[in-house]
Structures are given as C-alpha cells and as structure tokens.
Design a protein. Structure first.
Length: 261
C-alpha cells in the first residue's frame, strides 16, 4: 500500500493526514540516510497511528522519561543506542519553571502561557505542576526560545532553567479507585461504572462520538473492554480498567477501575 493510501485510511481529518505525512517523510528519510531523527511530540492517538503507518520499522517513542504520555517518534541508526535519546545531543529537553508557592498555577495556566509566548503545542511534551514549580518537556530546538521568552504564567513571574532529564521528577498520577459490578464488559457498562452515569447516558456519550477506546474513536456502545484498556470521554475524563475481580452469585462481573482526577 502506498504512503497516500495508508494515510487516507488512518487519518480522521486533514490536519491528522498532514501530521502523518510529515512523520512518515521524516522517519523514512532518516532511515534511508542512516541518521537519527525525531518527530514533534505526539499524543497517544498519534503515536498509535504512527505505529500503524510505519509498521515494520523499528521505532522508539520517547518523551523525556519513562511513563510520559506525549512522546516523540524516533528512529535510530545502528551506531546509536537508546541512551542517545536522553543525552545532551538527544531531541528532548526539560525545563524547570519556579514561582512563588502562594501562586496557585495549573497545567492549563502553563499550557496557556506557552501558547501565548508563541510556542507551538507540538513542541511541548508533558507538563508536571506542583507547589512552586513546574517541570515540562520541549523539543531541543525550541529550548533557547522558551528560556528567553516564557516569563510568566497567569499572574505569576517565572524563573526558568534547563533541567537535566535525569533530574526530572514525575509526580504520581492522581487516581480514584472505583469498584463495581457490571452485567457485561460492554463499553457503555464500563463508562457507566467509571463515571457514575446511567448506562443510557453513557451510551449517548459514546454514540455521539465523544469516547475513545485506547486512544481511538469508538462509537459502538457494545464494544468489549479488556483489562488494561484506557477509555477517554470528552467532558468527563479518563479511566482505565485495571482488573476483573470475579463473578457474583447473580452472574455480574466485578471490575476495578482507575479514574484519573
């Protein structure tokens, strides 16, 4: 299948098609020249599409540390190992922004400040905010611009410095554990349990195109959800089906869900 056909089959819209075309060109050209290459930061869905688009090509997804959600797609020649990705010559850099702890800043505040400074979303990876400090990832090319131009977030003044990737502190995800029973592992049943909705309302969210299963759009309420699957619902948030906890006397399936808060 040709590049154009693959992209048309995978992409949901024109913007996604253009992104996949850029990713395809950068990675395949690097492989031809036997040089390292990295894309912009990709969302989980974009990473999944990239894997499908470049199936058969050895890819590395790297976002600065283990467990990051937004990652670059990288290709490495045989003379480099994965250690290059986290080196000073690698494609990713970390920034520490410090501010007065009394200023309550959120992820949204920092993302808005970055966009307001003229920094494109695709050049920014994960953002980790805590009291008085925010660590975030950027492409190495944009690092000097960020250090020079990001001076405030919200009403808070910022003090910025480059942070070694080895110093990056990723806070544990805040999750709420939900235990429930369902009649089946249908998507609408799991969404209902995870977000505390009626099954009918859960089905409406799904069938109106607001749900993703493992970062891919899903409009089928009867789609089966498996252990480890991640479900996102626009306007509600994200959940993960952690485990099945047996069957009740009435034949219902016990489930344990992590709801990200």
């Amino acid at each position: 299948m040709e590049k154009r056909e693959k992209i048309e089959k995978l992409a949901q819209d024109k913007d996604e098609a253009m992104l996949l075309a850029r990713v395809y060109d950068r990675i395949t050209l690097a492989a031809q020249r036997n040089i390292p290459a990295a894309t912009c930061f990709l969302s989980p869905r974009e990473q999944l599409l990239t894997q499908q688009l470049l199936r058969g090509t050895e890819l590395h997804f790297f976002g600065g540390a283990a467990g990051t959600e937004r990652n670059m797609c990288c290709w490495l020649p045989d003379y480099l190992d994965e250690g290059w990705l986290s080196s000073e010559d690698g494609p990713c850099a970390a920034v520490c922004a410090e501010f007065f702890a009394g200023d309550r800043l959120s992820h949204r505040d920092f993302l808005g400040a970055l966009m307001g400074a003229g920094i494109k979303r695709e050049t920014v990876g994960d953002i980790f905010v805590r009291d008085g400090r925010c660590d975030f990832l950027v492409t190495r090319e944009i690092l000097p611009y960020v250090l020079q131009n990001l001076t405030s977030a919200g009403r808070a003044r910022l003090t910025l410095r480059e942070l070694a990737l080895s110093e990056l502190e990723i806070p544990a995800a805040q999750v709420k554990t939900v235990r429930d029973t369902v009649s089946s592992l249908r998507l609408d049943s799991v969404v209902s349990a995870g977000f505390g909705l009626s099954r009918g309302k859960a089905a409406l969210y799904i069938e109106s195109g607001k749900a993703e299963l493992n970062h891919m759009p899903c409009v089928k309420s009867d789609k089966t959800v498996c252990e480890g699957d991640v479900v996102s619902v626009r306007g509600l948030g994200k959940i993960r089906l952690e485990e099945l906890s047996g069957t009740t006397k009435k034949g219902r399936t016990g489930i344990v869900i992590s709801r990200f808060v």
